[in-house]
Design a protein around this ligand. Structure first.
Ligand code: ATP
Ligand code: MG
Length: 777
């Protein structure tokens, strides 16, 4: 342990070694807050604290895994396994499953993702005959979410005239009714949405003192990362659980609070000292992540905020390059600048793709960047788009699995009852919904009992419904003996999904089939991996829970050496050597929607601070003169945030010619020519250039377009199934999801051969080679 403690500075050591009592570490970006949490957990364990008694809450499951891996390096794998670690949602979903019956929920409750919630809300709006232009389902959902995060139940809603009036004033007087129906429908479906996972946990801990006592006793040490972005519901859970032992350690940075729009309450961090007695406050000042230029530039920006705690951040790191600011004509140009700079820097400095990240304010901005990266064959990955598990074909298969586990799951049932088509139309479905409501039973119950109930459905359709029920019931029987992989494979075949996707032979169908194969591989991996996990219980149910709570950061699919593309919100806590912050324009960043009040603008500025402080070595800020937004080319103005950086830390790298050229030079004509190289051109009036002339000119400057442009950047192909004979102990391999690892052992023969692999995150897993997508490095 001493060896590891020497990897901390004095200021970091103090909170790490502070064993008991409430404490808060408030410190700027990159100062080692997350590192302190990690080492503190290892230290507690070395002091004899049982890992079962430690609860650590992180912002992403990925962060939890990385922390666990690091702790395993220090204290050993077997002990680290027993830590309770994860996001609020994943940890409390586990607890809710254990205690579900207290709340009248089945322990196999489904977790509705945002898509499921949206569909249910849309359907309720339609059933209630409301105007869908006034009751926009996304707005209704976010409103319901905000009630839940403030612990306003349906009952509390009707007791709160202020909220009701606010909804009425927003022309949505029926909000309460929608809310009530939504809550009842979820309950009847045995489903909780994301917000319920926190709301119901609060309910559990308040209504059942014995349950509270049990978890207070279990979680004697509680640690929370990114505390500045906890919402009210999360705050109350932490308070309740830590009330008995008061061993609560939170770390955060008020300057990085960026989730107010989702209910995060910055006061949780500002008031921490009021909430507990004898709070020890620790401050860290030294940044280990970034160069002097980056740290100072970020400081000069955040200084402009009025609401903030005073903090010092400095670094002993190199001065580094100044923040490079680049102006492009259009978003297409901006994409090409990013791609060419990545390409050149990679070559010049011998870097990997994963040394680069492109951050943006809104998801829509990724398209232009993607196009440019693809043209240069630079592998990239978009984080936070539609996640793998939300793709239609995947969701369809998952919905079958969900219905097998929880037949009351209404949203899943609605997806599959007529997919693949079996002649059960929307009219039938509407009748079933009405019947379910009249009999106050879940739809699947109505289906099971359809002969005895008064439902106006004809004989032919009833037969179809009966066949469907029989099929689902046969899956349920199989689920009792088969493992999740066997069951899923069976379902995909028997239901006709494979046939449906293969029938037209279109590339889309093939791609969907490949995705389903990938899902099956994932389930196979899971079944294997599960054997290793100490607190693993039900197989298929557990897989579905993992899937429901997987944030997009968690699923590390595809080529691990990729450029990361994500929104700034998602980048919190992460770091990359080279960071591009694109779309630095007024109305985009700061967002047009967030400039009405000082506090909104300050949140945007904090967001910029977060973005800038992700960079270790070099930060680029790019903006354009005009940009396509909402289908139109609009004029753009540079973001005020660029101006706000102290100019001694900024370097304008826009080539002079870029400014004289006009958008004619854009995409359609110059294609892939790197803007930097055009610098030596002496352009005539560009408007008069014909495409041909430009091409010719390009040749004269010896600019060669890449010979072949592939439309899709392919990840490095990996072996689908690797036979044991190709693999030997000691091989270094790459796994699509788990990353690099070393083969420790190989057992079994043929189809059953397995390899035990220690991955770089510290986890050791046994994988069935038949399924594991491994690549020998
Ligand atoms: P953020 O506010 O962005 O979440 P943070 O305060 O959590 O940042 P960390 O991510 O823990 O900061 O640390 C930033 C980087 O500095 C990491 O790469 C970490 O390993 C490194 N680091 C932190 N402390 C030290 C130290 N004492 N010696 C060497 N490296 C350190
Ligand atoms: Mg951190």
């Amino acid at each position: 342990m001493e060896k590891y403690l020497s990897q901390l500075n004095e200021a970091q050591l103090a909170p790490t070694l502070q064993k008991n009592g409430p404490m808060i570490v408030i410190a700027g970006a990159g100062s080692g807050k997350t590192r302190v949490l990690t080492y503190r957990i290892a230290y507690l364990m070395s002091q004899g604290v049982d890992p079962f008694n430690i609860l650590s809450l992180t912002f992403t499951n990925k962060a939890a895994r990385e922390m666990k891996g690091r702790i395993a390096d220090i204290v050993g794998q077997s002990e680290a396994k027993n830590l309770w670690m994860g996001t609020f949602h994943s940890v409390f979903a586990k607890i809710l499953r254990i205690e579900a019956d207290r709340l009248g929920y089945p322990s196999n409750f489904t977790i509705y993702d945002t898509q499921d919630s949206d569909r249910l809300i849309s359907s309720i709006i339609k059933e209630m005959g409301l105007d869908k232009d006034i009751y926009k389902y996304k707005q209704v959902r976010s409103r319901i979410s905000s009630y839940k995060n403030s612990l306003i139940t349906v009952k509390a809603y009707y007791n709160n005239p202020e909220i009701m009036e606010a909804d009425a004033a927003a022309r949505r007087p029926k909000m309460g009714e929608i809310y009530r129906e939504y809550v009842e429908r979820c309950f009847k479906a045995g489903a909780m949405d994301f917000d319920d996972l926190l709301l119901k946990t609060n309910e559990l801990l308040t209504r059942f003192p014995d349950v509270l006592a049990k978890y207070q006793d279990r979680f004697r040490y509680i640690l929370v990362d990114e505390y500045q972005d906890t919402n009210h519901s999360q705050y109350l859970i932490v308070r309740a659980l830590s009330d008995r032992f008061q061993n609560i350690c939170v770390v955060g940075d008020d300057a990085q609070s960026i989730y107010a729009f989702r209910g995060a309450n910055i006061n949780n961090i500002l008031n921490f000292q009021r909430d507990y007695d004898n709070v020890k406050v620790f401050r860290l000042e030294q940044n280990y992540r970034s160069t002097k230029n980056i740290v100072n530039a970020a400081n000069s920006v955040i200084d402009k905020n009025q609401t903030k705690l005073d903090k010092v951040v400095w670094t002993a790191n190199d001065e580094g390059g100044k923040i490079k600011v680049h102006r492009s004509m259009t978003d297409g140009d901006e994409g090409r600048f990013v791609a060419s700079t990545i390409w050149e820097t990679k070559m010049n400095e011998q870097l990997n793709n994963s040394d680069f990240a492109v951050l943006y304010r809104t998801n829509a901005q990724s398209r232009a960047i993607e196009d440019a990266l693809r043209k240069r064959d630079i592998p990239y990955r978009i984080y936070g788009g539609l996640s793998f598990y939300q793709r239609k074909e995947i969701k369809d298969v998952l919905s079958y699995l969900r219905v097998i586990i929880n037949p009351s799951d209404e949203e899943a049932l609605k997806r599959i009852i007529n997919y693949p088509a079996r002649g059960i139309g929307q009219t039938t479905m509407d009748k079933l919904i009405v019947a379910a409501s009249a009999y106050d039973r879940p739809i699947f119950d109505v289906l099971r009992d359809i002969e005895n109930l008064n439902v106006n459905i004809n004989g032919g359709t009833k037969t179809k419904l009966r066949n469907f029920v029989t099929m689902v019931e046969s899956f349920q029987v199989m689920n009792q003996n088969a493992n999740a992989f066997e069951l899923a494979e069976h379902v995909v075949k028997v239901t006709g999904i494979v046939k449906d996707l293969n029938k037209d032979g279109t590339p889309e169908g093939v791609a969907k089939m490949e995705n389903i194969e990938e899902l099956l591989n994932g389930i196979g991996d899971f079944v294997e991996g599960q054997k290793e996990i100490a607190d693993s219980t039900a197989s298929l149910a557990e897989f579905l829970e993992d899937v429901a709570l997987a944030t997009d950061l968690d699923a590390d699919k595809g080529n691990p050496d990729h450029v990361a593309l994500m929104t700034i919100h998602l980048a919190k806590g992460l770091e990359f050597p080279h960071v591009f912050i694109v779309g630095m324009e007024e109305d985009l960043f700061p967002s047009a929607m967030s400039m009405n009040t000082r506090s909104e603008l300050e949140e945007e500025r904090r967001l910029f601070y977060v973005a800038l402080t992700r960079a270790e070595k070099q930060a680029y800020l790019t903006y354009t003169v005009s940009r396509y937004r909402w289908g139109k080319l609009i004029d753009a103005e540079p973001s005020r945030f660029i101006e706000e950086i102290d100019e001694e830390f900024v370097d304008n790298i826009t080539p002079i010619q870029e400014q004289r050229f006009n958008p004619m030079l854009d995409s359609s004509i110059f294609g892939d020519i790197e803007p930097n190289k055009i610098r030596f051109a002496k352009p005539k009036t560009p408007q008069k250039f014909q495409k041909k002339t430009l091409k010719k000119k390009a040749e004269n400057f010896e600019i060669k377009a890449p010979k072949k442009m592939t439309a899709v950047s392919k990840a490095v192909p990996v072996e689908n199934s690797l036979s044991a004979s190709k693999l030997s102990v000691g091989n270094i391999v790459n796994h699509q999801r788990f990353g690099r690892g070393e083969v420790l052992q190989i057992e079994g023969k043929g189809a059953d051969s397995k390899a035990e692999i220690k991955f770089s995150n510290g986890d050791t897993k046994k994988l069935l080679l038949r399924f594991a997508k491994l690549e020998i490095l």
